[in-house]
Design a protein around this ligand. Structure first.
Ligand SMILES: [Fe+2]
Ligand SMILES: [Fe+2]
Length: 141
């Protein structure tokens, strides 16, 4: 089965809790991607797919909350920009979910995963999250 995201897309300097939560998100993304690849009837795929998508949304919200809490505690200078990226991505995820529930169009959800989610995830981990981890670790040294 094809995998959408490799675990090694995570930058090496991520904080412990960030790295763990990113791995959990990658697992959910790959699981959803795998479910959608099945050539089974949509009525069979749909319940598992929507459940996995909702788990991904909730894990992502919790993860973003953890990062935003850390940024507030550390008075992180890039807080607003980083938080706004999270907010925009949550909206994209929610829109993809709502469209999937309304239409059951798995092709559209796969396109979203391949063309938006994958790049967003890798870019965000390598830029905003990487900077946050670096800033936070510097304060400890
Ligand atoms: Fe993150
Ligand atoms: Fe982030």
């Amino acid at each position: 089965m094809p995998v959408l995201l490799q675990a090694d897309s995570i930058p090496p300097r991520a904080l412990h809790f960030m790295a763990r939560e990113h791995l959990d998100e990658i697992d959910l993304i790959n699981r959803l991607y795998e479910i959608l690849q099945h050539e089974l009837l949509m009525s069979i795929i749909y319940p598992e797919a929507v459940q996995c998508l909702r788990k991904l949304i909730s894990a992502t919200r919790i993860h973003f909350d953890h990062e935003e809490q850390l940024m507030r505690e550390k008075h992180y200078p890039g807080f607003i920009t980083h938080r706004d990226k999270h907010t925009a991505f949550m909206q994209l995820l929610q829109d993809a979910h709502d469209h999937f529930v309304a239409t059951r169009d798995k092709k559209k959800l796969l396109d979203f995963m391949e063309q938006v989610l994958k790049d967003w995830f890798i870019d965000h981990l390598r830029s905003e999250d990487f900077q946050l981890a670096k800033f936070s670790q510097r304060q400890h040294t």
